[in-house]
Design a protein around this ligand. Structure first.
Ligand code: RB5
Length: 143
């Protein structure tokens, strides 16, 4: 399993913690395309890059992080085939895998604690899509 992860300057600490968590707990390969310093950068570039890696299947799933998670999720969702979900709790993280087959998780580094982010990512990475009636609805999103 390959996980692409990208972030702007607001998300460096959360990104580093999640990379370690994912490698240590799951042994997955993490492709880090995010910035690694707190110098200001433009979140759309990182949202798009992670989304492109997922859409091209170079990565199985993606995680994107900015201050609120909003801007970078909007950018990721512009890439065809990508369903990026901004999650602030474990319930929505679970449901967006089960019902929406979300392939990118968005997190807000200024709105979500590091402990919450671990719990959210853990549930999101371990929950499968339910398929069934949800498959048809997911197909409808693509149009
Ligand atoms: C950067 O200051 C901030 O705008 C960005 O991290 C994000 O929150 C945008 O949605």
């Amino acid at each position: 399993m390959k996980i692409a992860i990208g972030n702007d300057h607001a998300g460096v600490e959360m990104k580093n913690m999640l990379v370690k968590f994912i490698e240590d707990k799951f042994g997955y390969e993490v492709i880090n395309i995010g910035t690694d310093t707190e110098d200001s950068v433009d979140y759309p570039l990182y949202g798009r890059k992670v989304a492109q890696l997922v859409a091209s299947k170079e990565a199985d799933k993606g995680i994107v992080i900015c201050g609120t998670g909003i801007g970078i999720s909007i950018a990721a969702n512009k890439v065809k085939g990508v369903r990026a979900a901004l999650c602030k709790d474990v319930y929505t993280a679970e449901m967006t895998r089960k019902h929406n087959d979300a392939n990118v998780l968005a997190l807000g580094a200024r709105t979500t604690s590091l402990d919450e982010a671990i719990d959210i990512a853990n549930v999101w990475l371990t929950t499968d899509f339910e398929g069934g009636r949800h498959q048809r609805r997911v197909e409808m999103i693509e149009g």
